[in-house]
Design a protein around this ligand. Structure first.
Ligand code: GLA
Length: 405
């Protein structure tokens, strides 16, 4: 961004339009939390302008922030026991290829959007398992964004904030992710699934039945979204759109294609691109059907769609892995399991299972034993509670002290 012919980053603070003036004596600490998520259905549909249905979980990332003089950010990660320091006055920071990119990337995107951040000290503690498909990355981005803007007395609408966090991951971290994770981390509600239209960003909160639990099983196989596979799937979807739009001019994303249209107009596509498109088209339809099933409280119908989603991700989109398939297969044989599927980007990470309350103990025991026998890996099992989206969690006493009560 250029202001008065000079890079925005190099301008002295008083030249910039939105200036936050901190008080040097003000060293109060505030803490913000943002949750990870589990996606119930609608995988790899968000970046195709489609539908997704995640829920926010009660695993969160916490960011404690306090103002610093100058325009320096000092960031400490408790999980990695490492610190990073950046100074906005010395120009635009570059990605370092580690955990700090999620925090610095958000700061950079806020600055690029014209918000002037004050100096701050940030302490980060994450409890969302990293690289497991439960969106530890969105949790750290959103918690950092909430902390940074509060520290600089800036208010930003939650939809805009989700978009800025996503940009940080796309442009700074280098993963071409969709909007789902950042959106749910900001808009989730306890006991609800969120059905999101990723084109209009309109959403509905749907009730999760109290008769069943979401159980997340971690295969302990780590995935890395920034690695080429995820971006390659996106490129394949774009190739499908390019071809289909030649005969169907209204098609700007796979969201616009029905299965009948794909069958009629996709014959010349290479088989692999055809199958990628088929996954997205059928998955979008499944999300909408799953939404209807949740409204009716029909867990059987919902679970059936979860299994179908897994098969489509395994066979058409090819983002599953043997360990995820073993986990889903084991789950499908246990009484009281309505449905199971891989969740998140894939290539490892977790499965999500919808399990009747009275069968949860048996489920976790049987799947953990069976999985360990087959893979020699010890899985983690999380009987999940859903949670609200990001918010400030500064303790009441600290808040009272601040307001002088
Ligand atoms: C990752 C991305 C999301 C989404 C999923 C797959 O979690 O961050 O945007 O694309 O993969 O559904």
């Amino acid at each position: 961004m250029e202001v008065c012919g000079r890079s925005f980053w190099m301008l002295p603070v008083h030249c910039k339009t939105r200036v936050w003036r901190y008080k040097l004596s003000d060293n109060r600490e505030r803490t913000f939390r943002a949750p990870g998520r589990v996606n119930l259905i609608g995988e790899h549909t968000d970046y195709n302008d489609g539908f997704v249905m995640p829920a926010a979980l009660n695993f969160s990332t916490f960011v404690t922030i306090s103002p610093l003089p100058g325009r320096v950010l000092q960031v400490f990660s408790e999980n990695f026991n490492k610190s990073v320091s950046i100074d906005f006055n010395t120009g635009k920071p570059k990605p370092r290829g580690d955990w700090s990119d999620y925090v610095v990337g958000v700061a950079v995107m806020l600055q690029d959007a014209g918000y002037v951040l004050g100096g701050a000290k940030l302490k980060i503690r994450g409890e969302v398992p990293i690289g497991s498909g439960l969106s530890s990355s969105a949790a750290i981005e959103v918690a950092s964004a909430c902390a940074l803007i509060a520290n600089s007395n800036i208010t930003i609408d939650r939809v805009e904030l989700a978009k800025l966090c996503r940009r940080a991951e796309n442009e700074f971290v280098g993963a071409r992710v969709g909007i789902m994770d950042q959106f749910i981390s900001l808009h989730g509600r306890a006991k609800k699934a969120l059905l999101l239209d990723c084109r209009s960003l309109e959403y509905k909160l749907l009730p999760l039945s109290s008769e069943a639990h979401l159980v997340v099983c971690n295969t302990m196989v780590k995935h890395k979204l920034a690695s080429g596979e995820y971006n390659e799937r996106r490129a394949q979807c774009e190739a499908g759109v390019k071809h289909l739009s030649q005969t169907l001019p209204h098609v700007t994303a796979l969201r616009d294609v029905t299965l009948e249209q794909l069958e009629a107009h996709g014959k010349q596509l290479p088989d692999v691109i055809y199958r990628r498109c088929r996954h997205v088209v059928t998955e979008n339809a499944r999300v909408l059907e799953a939404g209807e099933a949740l409204k009716r409280g029909d867990l059987r119908a919902f679970g059936k769609l979860m299994y179908e989603s897994h098969r489509s991700l395994r066979d058409d989109y090819e983002v599953s892995c043997p360990e995820l398939d073993v986990m889903v297969e084991l789950a499908s044989k246990i009484e009281g399991v309505y449905g199971a599927r891989m969740t998140g980007g894939g290539f490892g990470g977790c499965t999500v299972n919808l399990v009747a309350n009275e069968h949860v103990d048996e489920f976790t025991r049987t799947v953990a034993n069976g999985y360990e026998q087959k893979t020699k890996l010890k899985p983690e099992m999380f009987v999940c509670e859903t949670a609200d989206g990001a918010r400030e969690v500064t303790s009441v006493t600290a808040a009272q002290q601040r307001s002088g009560d």
